[in-house]
Write a protein that binds this ligand. Structure first.
Ligand SMILES: Nc1nc2c(ncn2[C@@H]2O[C@H](COP(=O)(O)OP(=O)(O)OP(=O)(O)O)[C@@H](O)[C@H]2O)c(=O)[nH]1
Ligand SMILES: [Mg+2]
Length: 279
């Protein structure tokens, strides 16, 4: 997890900003909002209210304890977000894929198709650049960009701060595009109602067996770039079978976000998520 990939140790500095917003109004966060490891074998309290209990070595057990603290702290914040979303009647979706699978393209198309029927808000996550926020901004929907610096995933604390900047309206849908990465984002609950994993047909049909965690924790799997199927070796049925072995309740949509093929089914599912939301 992130303790071993290193991103949770970083002080890369998170920046949260709306397109066109002056630099001085952006939120600058130094560190991840995670608890950090200062101790050398004694028990002490963290801002999270969690503590390390007499871990005397600097080896594996200490690492696991730290990871548990980070995830436990994240889960607490995620539940706060979830409670806020429930009270506001906001349906939040968390989109996870490897870089370039087509998340932003899918969001752009979805927003253009449904923005008259659904009130959308968007949070974009990338290590650097405002590119994706600017693409969403062009659709006219409110958007905030989170730049994670050296971090490789969004966490619940970042969402908490970003949504204050967004000024979410009741009875709306919040689309969260995570940092392009199939590994670490899978571990961090953001408080979303549903989690959407996307793979594109150029990535290989063995992705569910290689990266099982995200497929296990997702509700929806979008297989994107089906327009490229004639040019690549990708067995759609095999991918589905692999994924269903890990998660039998996973629901699939095969789409081409660029040609719109298969998008109707996806739009219907998305709209159905708003059925229980009272204005
Ligand atoms: N052929 C084809 N290309 C697509 C499709 N969807 C997206 N693309 C292309 O794939 C590239 C990446 O698309 P993005 O939407 O930026 O992907 P992303 O997942 O948001 O990327 P990151 O935010 O960097 O992780 C772009 O060149 C898109 O035009 C599709 O359905 N078919
Ligand atoms: Mg993107």
């Amino acid at each position: 997890m992130c303790g071993t990939c290193g991103c949770s140790d970083s002080n890369g500095g998170v920046v949260i900003r709306r397109p066109g917003e002056p630099e001085e109004l952006a939120i600058h966060d130094h560190g991840h909002g995670h608890s950090h490891d200062h101790g050398h074998g004694h028990s002490h309290d963290h801002p999270t209210g969690l503590s390390h209990h007499h871990v005397h070595d600097h080896g594996k057990s200490r690492e696991i304890q730290l990871e548990q603290d980070i995830l436990a702290h994240n889960n607490l914040l995620a539940e706060r977000n979830r409670g806020f979303f429930e009270a506001m009647n906001v349906v939040a979706l968390n989109f996870i894929s490897s870089p370039g699978a087509g998340k932003t393209t899918l969001l752009e198309k979805t927003i253009e198709a449904l923005k008259k029927k659904v009130k959308f808000f968007v949070i974009e996550g990338d290590q650097q650049t405002m590119n994706d926020a600017e693409r969403i901004d062009a659709t006219g929907v409110p958007v905030v960009q989170i730049n994670t610096g050296s971090g490789c995933h969004l966490d619940a604390g970042m969402i908490n701060r970003a949504m204050k900047k967004l000024e979410l309206a009741p009875a709306s849908m919040l689309l969260i595009e995570n940092v392009g990465n199939l590994v670490c984002p899978a571990l961090f609950d953001l408080g979303e109602a549903q989690r959407v994993v996307m793979i594109s047909v150029t990535e290989g049909d063995d992705k569910p067996v290689k990266y099982p965690t995200i497929f296990q924790k997702a509700d929806i799997c979008i297989i994107n770039k089906t327009d490229l199927l004639p040019y690549v070796q990708f067995d759609v049925e095999k991918t589905k079978q692999f994924a269903l072995r890990i998660n039998p309740r996973l629901q699939f949509y095969e789409v081409s976000a660029t040609t719109d093929d298969g998008m109707r089914g996806w739009y219907e599912w998305l709209q159905s998520q708003m059925n229980n939301v009272k204005p």
